[in-house]
Design a binder for this molecule. Structure first.
Ligand code: MLC
Ligand code: AMP
Length: 505
């Protein structure tokens, strides 16, 4: 029996027929049956381009309904979908293509020339384009291709997608997600959050990460609901669309922006049944202010690229501000001693570990990293510090990993420090996250100059431009005579965070 996730989606797509799957504000519309047909054409194009089951298809394109149909096409013909942040620079893309060795790279039409060059350097054999108006060479090929109307048989543990997540060593790791991982999580969330065919999701997240791609789109497909695809978060548009929407999924920045808006009232949100937040901590203040202004308790959940969603506040019952709720059905968690992995009693703070059908099967071609984080007994070590309160709600209280989360995007300091350190005149640097009213945390660099070097903030910023995606670039650069270190010689980032804590306040 095949366990291709697309089998489940296809059944739902056939049932829903002429009902809306994805619509856009400029009047484009894919009914479910159109999506089924176009995904077959796109799958046919992939096959004609030489993509075989198990091959990676790397995709760096702007958000559009066709990008989701390409994801579905990939599932359908047994390919492995590999979405890439549109903010990644050519340097960053070179690494991903070299590491993942995709059979095809799909890029934005305007980026074709550069993409061809990078693909050539990385040994990627084919490049196609996909634009936001269903334009580009891939759609043209899909028009001509023999549709792939079947569904390639897949086993539970066959790969459906690889999503890169940055690593503490500065090298990004490809999280290998299987058909079972994605399918089990989508089915669980549909149930837990009561998704139905009546729902209309206001989709304002990017579609190259777990949140916008799997949580948003897979749950919609499981339930046969519809999505309004917005290119990005824009508060004006959200207020215009809420009377026709039922669910919004967002990172905390969405909600901090909405609560500051005078238009946020019970009337403005009257048609909405659910607001979900995740990818970064939602402050209790934002949760409470939102409830006070609308009567809606935001449902906060906790997830990771490697695990999909694993903890969630309840749909029915108290959604507790400042907590990420309880384990989803089928998911186990434990809070352990960081050294021994021995479980700690409730109320104690320790390492959060997760096990379940949602947990990935390892990092692409990184067996050692996989062994460090995926334990023999199946628990995945998240790197987040947590504790369980008396009512069984889990609180994420900090991170054991050196990671900054800015507006829901992860930034690993090591990666930024490495690029800053290449600049002439820099002796060393430390990158930290500081409280930021809009992004939650603001990426900040502290640089020690070489003796006699006359380096200024703007030079450091100019050096990073084009080398690292915009969201990874520090919002501010400070200079110090030296970095504070402990007796082991380790940079004390806590000291630095204290020193510059009011930078963005
Ligand atoms: C944009 N900028 C950011 C940024 N987003 N800088 C730091 N962090 C960010 N997240 C830059 C822009 O390039 C611009 O730079 C300046 O900041 C102001 O931009 P803006 O117009 O205010 O930003 P906007 O386009 O509104 O984007 C903010 C945002 C967006 C929060 C809406 O970043 C976003 O949609 N984030 C969602 C990320 C996400 O999907 N995460 C899920 C990961 S999955 P300049 O210099 O040009 O002015 C995951 C697992 C899980 O974590 O549990 O879900
Ligand atoms: P990513 O690697 O992009 O998938 O990001 C996963 C990380 O986001 C987790 O390890 C957490 O640190 C963080 N995260 C996700 N959801 C929440 C949440 N609700 N509260 C706090 N942190 C979160």
């Amino acid at each position: 029996m095949s366990h291709n996730l697309f089998e489940t989606f296809a059944a739902r797509m056939r049932d829903r027929g002429t009902a809306d799957f994805i619509t856009t504000r400029d009047g484009r519309r894919y009914a479910y049956r159109d999506a089924l047909e176009v995904s077959a054409r796109l799958a046919g194009a992939l096959v004609a381009l030489g993509v075989s089951p198990g091959d990676r298809v790397a995709v760096q394109v702007d958000k559009s309904p066709e990008a989701i149909l390409l994801y579905l096409a990939c599932l359908r013909m047994g390919g492995v979908y590999l979405p890439l942040n549109t903010g990644y620079t050519a340097d960053e893309i070179r690494y991903f293509l070299g590491d993942a060795e995709p059979a095809l790279f799909v890029c934005r039409p305007a980026a074709l020339e550069e993409a061809r060059k990078v693909a050539g350097e990385s040994g990627c054999p084919a490049v196609e384009t996909l634009g936001v108006d269903a334009d580009g060479s891939l759609m043209a090929r899909a028009e001509r291709a023999e549709p792939f109307t079947g569904i390639e048989p897949r086993a539970h543990d066959d790969l459906a997608a690889i999503l890169y997540t940055s690593g503490t060593t500065g090298r990004s790791k490809g999280a290998m997600l299987t058909h079972r991982n994605l399918g089990s999580n989508a089915a669980t969330l549909k149930q837990a959050w009561r998704f139905s065919a009546e729902d209309r999701l206001i989709h304002a997240l990017p579609i190259f990460h777990t949140h916008g791609l799997f949580v948003g789109c897979n749950v919609t497909l499981m339930a046969g609901s519809s999505m309004l695809f917005l290119p990005k978060f824009d508060a004006d548009v959200i207020f215009e669309e809420m009377p026709r929407g039922t669910v919004l999924m967002g990172v905390p920045t969405f909600y901090t922006r909405l609560v500051q808006d005078a238009r946020l009232t019970p009337e403005a949100t009257a048609n909405m049944r659910l607001f979900v937040s995740g990818s970064a901590p939602l402050t209790a203040e934002t949760h409470q202010a939102f409830a006070q202004k609308t009567g809606h308790a935001i449902l906060e959940r906790y997830g990771m690229t490697e695990t999909n969603m694993n903890l969630s506040n309840p749909y029915d019952g108290e959604r507790r501000a400042g907590t990420v709720g309880k384990p989803l059905p089928g998911v186990e968690y434990r809070i352990t001693d960081r050294e021994t992995h021995a479980p700690l009693p409730p109320g104690e703070i320790g390492m959060l570990e997760i096990r379940g059908p949602n947990v990935f099967i390892g990092y692409w071609r990184m067996p050692e990293k996989t062994r460090e984080e995926l334990l023999d007994d199946g628990f995945f070590v998240t790197g987040d510090l947590a504790m369980t309160d008396e009512q069984g709600y889990v609180h994420i209280v900090g991170r054991d990993k050196d990671l900054v989360i800015s507006g829901g995007y992860n930034v690993y300091p090591k990666e930024v420090e490495q690029v800053i350190d290449e600049l002439e005149g820099v002796m060393e640097s430390a990158v930290i996250g500081l409280p930021h009213p809009d992004f939650g945390e603001g990426v900040t660099a502290v640089v020690v100059r070489q003796p006699g070097a006359a380096l200024e903030e703007q030079q450091v910023l100019d050096h990073l431009e084009g080398r690292l995606a915009k969201y990874k670039q520090p919002k501010r650069v400070f200079f110090a005579d030296s970095l504070p270190r402990n007796t082991m010689g380790k940079v004390q980032k806590n000291e630095l965070r204290k020193r510059y804590q009011d930078t963005y306040r």
